[in-house]
Design a protein around this ligand. Sequence first.
Ligand code: HEM
Length: 429
Amino acid sequence: MSEVNRMDNPIVPESLDDVTLINPEIQECPFPTYDLLREAAPVFHDPITGMYVVTRYEDLRNIALDYDNFSNHRYSNDPDMHTPSQQIAYNLFKEKGWVPGKSLAARDDPDHKQMRSLFDEAFRPKRVKEIEDDVQSLAYHLFDEFIDDGECDYVRQYAVPLPLFIICKQMGARDEDVWQIKAWTDAWIKGLSIGLDEEGVIWATEMEIQAQHYFQKIFEQLRKQPNDTLLSELVNNEVPGWGRTLTDNELHAEMMQDTFVGGSETTTNAMAAGIMLLDRNPEIWAQLRSDPDKYLTTFVEEVVRLESPAQAMTRIAKHDYELHGVTIPKGSVVDLRYAAGNRDQRHFECPHDINLERRNAASHLGFSTGTHYCLGAPLARRELYWGFKAFVDRIDSFSVIPEKNNLRHLPNYALRILKELHIEFKARN
Ligand code: HEM
């Protein structure tokens, strides 16, 4: 048992008056704030964003499963509904690229269920198994590239390329374009920031438009010549019940949000977070090494639970909804803080500790639950498994290099992103 996420000076709010989740200092180590919210205000009306933040495990689960009262329909194609930033982006997409359609994650059933069945078929277990062979060999190959150096930036040299190369191959992108794609996804994430100025919105949108032109060529090629990639199925197969394939606008929405950011950025962040946790908890590193076959699967779950790369997702209240004495008015944005539920002592014993024997580790909400349960969870789990397995197999001892890291996360409202992780290590013989 051990204490995790120790920071030199985490913000520990004394009262709710000090809390807003857009504060970058709170985002850096949000866990003490989540503790306060869970106990003092399990439905918290954030004064700055206006969102209703939900933090207890059971409430989060209930809301994620309550399709009568909560909707994922966060998207509006109607310019009258746009904020000024959305309008700037919309105009640019219209003029120079493709206005992204409604993504899978932003739909409600039955529309969602129909589209999801196209995706479920493309991500079928047999295919994930086939992809896993590539994951396993890439996991070791990446280590071979820097193992003789005795040090590396684990984020840039390992945690980014492993899931990114895998998803790029499935999306028909060439290996040599991987870092360009990374620059586009980084820009997309910056574009998500609440409070981005006009210049920032224009820059992020133009980067996304560049990516659209890159992927548009691939869509057109795959329509002429289907192949065995995931994207080929998404481009060419009809959505069951719709009588048509996805439009270019719908496909473009999937590329950034659901596959590259949803699918590789989150896995990268979990991978880096896992190594950081091992550095801070040497007894867990020793335990993992003592019997990787026994402990690795739970380690993967504990990393996703404790660090929650997707800290939160939103829903829209379809009706006025009362919870713990607070009325969430119809139309409000509800912030499902999965990361807070994942450390709720009502569900997880000693919730801040990493515990490789935890029986209910996999019941975390890091991949959500219900109809929007993460499509890529089976793939992410295998990527994390092989990423950590190769680490245990290749590395004898390691430590974070303090003078090369600032160990800060990128300020972000919904994602937990470690920028870099320079480690020095002794390789195994
Ligand atoms: C550690 C890695 C990952 C984490 C933590 C993560 C987290 C999540 C979460 C929390 C959701 C639920 C959203 C909601 O409640 O509205 C979600 C949905 C989704 N994820 Fe992941 N994800 C990961 C990896 C992946 C991968 C590898 C892919 C695909 C290659 C992927 C694709 C998706 C898609 C398409 C959805 C939307 C599903 C739907 O709405 O039906 N994710 N993910």
